[in-house]
Design a protein around this ligand. Structure first.
Ligand SMILES: Nc1nc2c(c(=O)[nH]1)N[C@H]1C(S)=C(S)[C@@H](COP(=O)(O)O)O[C@H]1N2
Ligand SMILES: [Mo]
Length: 333
């Protein structure tokens, strides 16, 4: 059963729904008979991503349609899909915005292995199919605000990271979560030289405090615009943390490790004065080289089709405020 969003008007910028709303929506869908056991993913919708090997045309990444619970509560102008998949940051495939779409098309996402390990009672290994079928998928329309001051509104598809962590059962000694992108220089040209990869020391690593990671907004993302992720957006699985700058939303994950100390993170290692561990969107804290007070929302079919708007604290996701009670967010940037 394929369920798709249709209504997306642009009147207002509502909050994205929280998990409670999604759960009640799921109940409604269940009552309507959309969500019987095992029906979240139609088997026939899962095309084989390796099919292009049999094709005579040059390798082109094939996406599959996904089934998901729809986010109908959010009314925002979506960024056109053509922008979201052609204007990217994914330094493993090059440093310019057009590089990932150009150089990631033959990236292999199946087979895949994601390990959840470290300070957990129940370590997990998920393969490609697990990522798409183990957890009910939900569509979440999230704004993603890049530290470079552009932003997009994207209909992501995935499941809360908290669901995965709960299944792994963090030990009481676990205080942080460390994330790691795949390291595969044969496939990722940016990992072959410091020049091509923008100076990042690969693999790309990120981290969250455990309570941040458990917040229902933190999304394990496997799709966008109704389909599995294209490689330039982090296939087969990435994180989307909408209240933080885009660089926290680490792509093409192979490892999630529960740890007791604040883990190192790629951008913080590279330029600690500019990129902190927290990286919460904050219009009042300027980047040392530019203001963060405003942003360019990419809304049209051309990158130049932009709307200049004020940036909101936590990118507008105020429900995370209590995570930072008593913290000086200018100091912990
Ligand atoms: N592994 C990895 N993850 C990454 C990046 C990267 O270079 N490598 N770039 C980050 C940055 S800076 C941004 S803004 C977002 C962009 O996500 P998008 O291209 O899907 O919009 O991905 C983030 N995740
Ligand atoms: Mo970014």
């Amino acid at each position: 059963m394929l369920i798709k969003s249709t209504k997306r008007s642009d009147e207002s910028e509502n909050q994205v729904t929280d998990e409670t709303v999604f759960n009640s929506r799921r109940d409604v869908l269940k009552k309507l008979g959309f969500l019987g056991a095992g029906s979240l993913l139609g088997g026939s919708a899962l095309a084989n991503p390796l099919d292009w090997f049999k094709d005579e045309r040059p390798p082109k990444f094939v996406q599959s349609e996904l089934s998901f619970n729809v986010d109908t509560s959010t009314k925002q102008t979506l960024t056109p899909e053509s922008q979201a998949i052609n204007y990217n940051n994914f330094y493993e495939f090059g440093t310019s915005k057009s590089d990932p779409a150009k150089h990631a098309q033959s990236f292999k996402v199946n087979p895949w292995k994601l390990e959840v390990e470290g300070l957990v009672e129940n370590p997990l290994t998920l393969d490609y199919d697990d990522l798409l079928t183990k957890f009910p998928l939900e569509e979440r329309i999230y704004r993603l605000r890049c530290v470079e001051a552009w932003s997009m509104v994207i209909p992501w598809i995935g499941f809360s990271l908290s669901r995965l962590l709960k299944q792994a059962k963090p030990l009481s000694s676990a205080k942080y979560v460390a994330f790691e992108t795949v390291y595969d220089p044969k496939q990722m040209r940016g990992q072959r030289s410091r020049f091509l990869g923008g100076g990042v020391d690969y693999p790309y690593i990120e981290g969250l405090r455990l309570d941040e990671a458990m917040h229902p907004l933190a999304l394990m993302t496997v799709g966008m615009y109704g389909k599995t992720l294209p490689p330039q957006n982090g296939a087969p699985v990435r994180l989307t943390v909408p209240w933080k700058y885009g660089f926290k939303s680490i792509k093409s994950l192979v490892k999630i490790k529960l740890v007791d100390k604040m883990p190192p993170t790629s951008w913080n290692i590279l330029i600690p004065s500019e990129y902190g561990f927290y990286a919460n969107v904050n219009p009042k804290v300027a980047h040392p080289r530019w203001s963060q007070a405003r942003e360019r929302r990419i809304v049209g079919a051309s990158v130049l089709d932009q709307k200049r708007i004020d940036t909101k604290m936590f990118n507008g996701y105020e429900e995370v405020t209590s995570l930072y009670t008593g913290m000086d967010l200018a100091r912990y940037y």
